[in-house]
Every structure is written in C-alpha cells, then in structure tokens.
Design a binder for this molecule. Structure first.
Ligand SMILES: Cc1ncc(COP(=O)(O)O)c(C=O)c1O
Ligand SMILES: [Zn+2]
Length: 423
C-alpha cells in the first residue's frame, strides 16, 4: 500500500520529457545528477545546469520551425511535442539595424534586439515558457515566482493560459503598471514588504515547505534559465548565422548574460556558426551595481548591496549568477559598467528618439551603458555591436513622464497652431 502512495506522489518522467537533456550538471564541480526538480548540487551546493547530448542540428531544420522559440526546441530542455501544449509562444522578436542610434553614438554597425514585443512585453516570456514545460513534465500543481516585476507578468499570463494555479510574489513598492500587468492574469498576487532579495528568500522557504510548487527561478531554475539562450540563437540566426563582435546585456541576477554566452558557445560547437571572438558587456544601474563594482575593482567575489535605483527590474542586490557574469565579461575582453538613474532616463529617451522604441528602465540602463562604454573607450565603435532591449517603456512610465510633455496646448485654430512656431 505504501509503495502505491509513493508512486502516485512521485510520478515518473515520461520518455523525452526534457528533449535532448541528459541530466543536471554542477557548474562548480561538474557532478551530474538525474533530471528532476533540483537546482543545487548535492556535493557542493553549486548551481545545476542542464547537460545535453545534442543530435545533429542543421540551420535548415531550425529555419523550417515556427516563428517563436520552439524553432530551437532541439537545443532546449523541452519535449518534441512542446508546441501542442498551451503556452505563450514567445520569441523571434525583431533584430533592428539601429542607424540613427549608431550615428548618435559613433558606432558604425549597431543592432537592437527588441524583446519588448514578446507577449507580456519582456524577455521573461522566453524563460517562463521553458519553466512552464518543466513544471508540466514534473507534475507540479502550482506555478510561482519571486519577481522584480516582468517575471511576475510573464508567469501570471503563462499560468493563466496553461490553466495551472499561479501565485506570484513581488516587492510591495513595485511600479504600478507592473502590478496591474500581473494582477489582470491572476488573483494570487502577493506583495511583500521588502526588496527583491527578501521576496526571493521567502520563495525559497515556501519551495522547501510546500509540495508540488514550481518556482520558476528557484527550484526549476536550471530549466527556466535555458530559455534565455534563445535570445543568443535568434541574434546569430538573424545576423545570417553569424556572431556579433560585441554584445551589451542588462544584468540583474546575471542569468540572461550567461545564457546568451552559452547559446553562442553551443552554436559554435554544433557548427551552426563560425568560431570567432566576441566581447560580452554587462549593464547595471549605479544604485544596484554589485557586479560592476566587482568588475572595476578586479575582485573575484561579488559583495551584495541594498538596491536603490529607478531600474527596479534590475534591482537584485545579491545576484545568483554574478561570478559567472564577471568571468564571461573578463575572459571575452568585455566589461561591466553602470550608470546613474539620470543617465537611465536619458537612455530611455535616446532610444525612443533615435529608433522609435520605447524601452523600460532596464533598456534605458543598457542603452545608457552602451553610450558610456563608447565614451570611455571600452567598446570599439568600428565593430559590429548588438544591444538587447529586454523590456517595455509603458511599464515604467513614471521614469520619464516628468521629462516629456505636449510642446503646446492650443485652441483648435490654424492661427493658434502657427503661433506655436511648430509649422
Ligand atoms: C526587463 C528586464 N531586463 C533584464 C533583466 C535581467 O535579467 P537577469 O536576472 O537574467 O539578469 C530583468 C530581470 O528581471 C528584466 O526584467
Ligand atoms: Zn557541485
């Protein structure tokens, strides 16, 4: 009898539940364990990452796939029938040539990867789609996350579409549009009196206490994080199966930056792009810049900080992947840089007025850091450069609303218009 109970509470995985993934490998000591709801190495507590045995994958196979992240499903920990289960179908967002911004900054060959057009308007839809697949395959009954805002939006929407109980946890002082953008999808939104790091600690505690909860960025983090690789895959494919020379990426937990780099490495190993050097740059806001501070001081470890910045989506004071970001940026001869909140606002306006893209504070940070990197000689303006816009300006209107206004308020007459001098 007890054996039966054991079986029903711990269902086995179906064949191919995680596609070509073969196990979970520790980033620190290399120890490998079986696939499951695990995220810390049982030997050394290091973070676990997905290990694969990739088959031959060709450009043609990928190009024949759908115009979303599932075109790369062979390179993700998802089953081959992933498109059949309800999901948000994120990805394959635009890679735009940024002539005007490039001209303004003196960069010859600049591209913007615009992830603001994902279903809930940030790159988080990518990672959540992979986490949802893992939650489904693991038989989880609750889909959840601690979030700086965008992740909560993506989890709440994907959970609604998948028809799974969804609970999202956010810091209570989040931007109002980000709260509404979650609350429309779920009635189970929990605002916590504390910063993101407090919310994250609470989520880890709940994950340890409650059965069947899939916290996307806690206990199914290895699967979740793989979703960010699709940004790197798409950039390479959209450049014509080529890696850029330089790439600038915002850093909160650091997961996205490490995974874009992993994507480039996998494409090289699979022979889908030519092996060549590229430089990776991380962008932070000065009010939450633990990785940038460590980079500049030459430190190997990252000291946690208490965030104080308008770039709330990047406000993680104790980033999980900080040391890996440092390592990638140093080894690739890139850098990690930070800018003030005023420069973040200027970055938002600069991108809007040169390229017609309204980004949120995270994108303002990335564009502002790109500008600073050129001005300080850390980024080569003659090399092909990609900057990632990860979010949408309508979610952080307050950041710029007192900087923009109608040029004039007039009566509806031609004379009144001429009097404005705008004719
Ligand atoms: C818009 C936006 N950009 C970038 C990031 C940073 O992502 P990561 O935690 O993977 O470094 C976040 C994280 O919440 C975000 O919301
Ligand atoms: Zn280990």
């Amino acid at each position: 009898m007890s054996a039966v109970v054991e079986e029903t509470t711990k269902p086995g995985l179906r064949e191919g539940a995680f596609g070509n993934a073969t196990g979970l490998a520790c980033r620190e000591c290399g120890h490998e364990i079986e696939l499951g709801p695990f995220y810390a190495c049982p030997e050394c507590f290091g973070p676990l990452e997905i290990a694969y045995d990739f088959p031959v994958v060709t450009r043609e196979q990928i190009e024949a796939g759908p115009a979303n992240i599932w075109r790369y499903k062979a390179l993700l920990p998802v089953p081959s029938d992933i498109e059949e289960s309800p999901n948000m179908e994120p990805g394959f967002t635009r890679l735009l040539r940024a002539h005007n911004l490039g001209k303004q900054l003196g960069i010859d060959n600049l591209w913007v990867k615009d992830d603001s057009t994902n279903p809930t308007n940030s790159f988080k839809d990518r990672v959540v789609a992979c986490a949802l697949s893992a939650a489904r395959e693991l038989g989880s009954t609750v889909f959840a996350c601690p979030s700086t805002g965008n992740l909560a939006n993506a989890v709440a929407a994907a959970g609604a579409r998948a028809g799974i109980k969804t609970v999202v946890f956010i810091p209570a002082n989040l931007e109002h549009p980000k709260v509404v953008n979650s609350a429309v999808y779920t009635e189970q939104l929990v605002a916590v009196n504390g910063n993101y790091d407090d919310v994250n600690r609470l989520a880890s505690e709940i994950a340890g206490e409650e059965d069947g909860w899939a916290f996307v960025n806690v206990n199914v983090r290895p699967y979740y994080a793989e979703g960010s690789k699709t940004l790197g895959f798409e950039i390479a494919e959209q450049l014509g199966w080529r890696l850029p020379d330089q790439i600038v990426i915002p850093v909160a937990s650091g997961s996205q930056l490490t995974k874009v780099n992993k994507a480039f490495q996998e494409l090289i190993k699979l022979g889908l792009v030519e092996d060549k050097p590229y430089k990776v740059y991380g962008a932070q806001a000065t009010g939450c810049s633990p990785v940038s501070v460590a980079f500049k001081s030459g430190a190997q470890i990252v000291k946690p900080v208490k965030p104080d910045t308008i770039a709330k989506s990047l406000a993680i004071g104790n980033p999980a992947d900080a040391v890996y970001v440092l390592d990638i940026c140093r080894r690739s001869n890139g850098a990690v840089e930070d800018i003030t909140d005023e420069e973040v606002r200027e970055g938002i306006l600069l991108l809007a007025r040169t390229e017609g893209i309204f980004t949120e504070t995270a994108g303002g940070t990335t564009v502002g850091v790109l500008k600073k990197l050129v001005e300080t000689g850390q980024l080569d303006p003659t090399l092909e450069t990609v900057v990632i816009n990860t979010g949408m300006g309508l979610k952080t209107l307050d950041a710029v609303s007192d900087r923009v206004a109608a040029a004039a308020t007039i009566d509806p007459s031609y004379d009144a218009f001429v009097a404005t001098g705008l004719a």
